[in-house]
Design a protein. Sequence first.
Length: 117
Amino acid sequence: VQLVESGGGLVQPGGSLRLSCAASGVTFSSYVMSWYRQAPGKERELVARISSVAGRTNYADSVKGRFTISRDNAKNTVYLQMISLKPEDTAVYYCYAYANLASPGYWGQGTQVTVSS
């Protein structure tokens, strides 16, 4: 199983980025996909999640209205569209996949997002 994130970078406050996570080695459409982030000195936190079938989404309160998670099952890819970025969004963003709570999950290697002027 491999999850490969891309799309991170340096952006000014108020800017936008779109992260992508390409999955291989899994039946992608059967997996719940999530984005987590970890800022320096802080614990990793859930940012957004999208269910496997119905595409239901959940967001951390801190990103509601600014971030949108989506998935393209034909491309085995999950996205995180981020707008109105703030300096406090600076973190390493990780993709996470799991089939169900009884199964092991899989992490990507992370992509750095830095919001700074």
